[in-house]
Design a protein around this ligand. Structure first.
Ligand code: UDP
Length: 447
């Protein structure tokens, strides 16, 4: 088919995975791929011998070998990457041959500075938004919610009252959504929204059947083509783009467990908890008397390297029923017959991965898109529940038993299995994501 696409992911795990999956999907459709990446958190090139890679230097960041996902770092990247990214794309354009033209840029929505580069070099830009449609819809309501006073100091940040402007959220979800470093987040949201409005189109890692009403609203507000071609990981797994080594003992341990008997616990690559919350988690898990596979990512407990906060007695109580690892082959874990439930921070990749494997969820959202994803799980799709009081051992124990043992958990499992079925249908010939991908390919070829 010919034609090369330049893809630029935000260098955080939850954004690298979908961008590299999208790259593989588009490669399978006949496009040649160049991944432009930062030095920190660069993808493992040996897993993608068929892609070209171009590293750009960001002066202020090269001293740091790793880069933690944070709002501050998003703002920083949007400032320091402009010159090196523009120079890189310019060079690639001038070296491109007539029989393999560069057709467009595809960049993460949070790298909103790239729209100015696209305009400058007169290259179409498609945006990849890695969150759910629902979470994007809530994020972009920031100015409205600010104006209505939902973010004011005096508001009860524990309130369970509904937010009519941002259903199905509760008042307490609003402060969680935007709680990260106030001003910076507002800058990111407006940059992202303006960047999307000026772009040629937007690609979503979701499927229509999951979020149809929100898709309609977004299409009214963003009159550019929207392509819902997900879930991406059903085409290509996230393992190849994992920045951390995945511990395979997770699978051998699951192999020894009974079907639908294990709770999988993981809070993704960014979220962090306090020591006291970690203790409550551990006691809740131990007291639930259920088997569990627990990812304790180094750094997830604030102020600790790894597991050193365990007081005497607790570790023994936990290791009787649980297996603790630093990083899991998550998709394989969720697909394993022994896995019954996923206790998650509700990052969008994790949520989608759980939906695709039909695994009901317990939700502990932290910030950003996670509170909205969690409410969708609980209230819209009714396939899990949210821990309303943060980390309290009694509530945790009760929630685990509700989802893993009680009748309501069985009903959640049934609804999750229906969603899993819908995923399979949307990817088949004639399905919604299948058709949207065909549209995306034709759209890119029209540039
Ligand atoms: N992941 C993994 N092993 C783990 C935990 C997470 O491979 O032990 C992967 C997971 O499959 C997902 C990504 O890391 O693709 C996390 O993305 P998500 O959007 O859920 O959360 P984030 O890390 O961005 O908060």
């Amino acid at each position: 088919m010919g034609g090369r696409l330049l893809l630029f992911p935000l260098p955080f795990q939850g954004h690298i995975n979908p961008m590299l999956q999208l790259a593989s999907i588009l490669y399978s459709k006949g496009f040649n791929i160049t991944i432009i990446h930062t030095f920190c958190n660069s993808p493992n090139k040996s897993n993608y011998p068929h892609f070209a890679f171009e590293a750009i230097s960001e002066e202020t960041l090269t001293a740091s070998p790793t880069m933690q996902g944070s709002v501050t770092n998003v703002v920083l990247l949007n400032k320091v990457c402009f010159d090196p990214f523009r120079d890189c794309v310019k060079r690639l354009l001038s070296n491109a041959s007539a029989d393999e033209p560069i057709l467009c840029l595809i960049t993460d929505a949070l790298l909103y500075f790239t729209q100015a580069v696209a305009d400058l070099l007169m290259l179409p830009r498609l945006v990849l938004r890695t969150s759910s449609l629902s979470a994007f819809h809530v994020l972009r309501l920031h100015p409205v919610l600010l104006q209505k006073g939902y973010l004011s100091e005096g508001l009860d940040s524990h309130s369970d009252a509904p937010v009519p402007e941002a259903q199905p959220l509760k008042v307490k979800d609003i402060s969680r959504t935007y709680k990260i470093e106030g001003e910076d987040l507002a800058e990111i949201i407006s940059g992202m929204v303006m960047g999307i409005k000026a772009s040629s189109g937007i690609i979503w890692n979701t499927f229509v059947e999951l979020e149809q009403p929100v898709l309609n609203t977004i299409q009214q507000n963003f009159p550019i083509p929207s392509f819902t071609i997900g879930p991406f990981h059903k085409y290509f797994t996230a393992s190849a783009s994992s920045l951390l080594e995945q511990d395979r003992t997770a699978i051998s341990w699951l192999d020894m467990q009974a079907p639908l008997s294990v709770l999988y616990v993981s809070f993704g690559s960014v979220a962090a908890i306090d020591k006291s919350e970690f203790f409550e988690m551990a006691w809740g898990l131990a007291n639930s008397k259920q088997k569990f596979l627990w990812v304790v990512r180094p750094g997830v407990i604030r102020g600790s390297e790894w597991l050193e906060p365990f007081p005497p007695g607790l570790q023994e109580a936990v290791s009787e029923r649980g297996h603790i690892i630093k990083w899991a082959p998550q998709q394989e874990v969720l697909a394993h017959p022994a896995t019954a439930c996923f206790w998650s921070h509700c990052g969008w990749n994790s949520t989608l991965e759980s939906v695709c494997e039909g695994v009901p969820m317990i939700c502990s959202p932290s910030f950003g898109d996670q509170p909205t994803n969690a409410r969708c799980v609980e209230t819209v799709w009714k396939v899990g529940l949210v821990l309303e009081n943060g980390f309290e051992r009694e509530e945790i124990e009760r929630a685990i038993r509700r989802v893993m043992i009680d009748q309501e958990g069985k009903e959640m499992k049934m609804r999750m299995s229906c969603l899993k079925e819908k995923v399979n249908l949307c990817l088949m010939e004639g399905g919604s994501s299948y058709k949207s991908l065909e549209d995306l390919v034709s759209f890119i070829l029209s540039f």
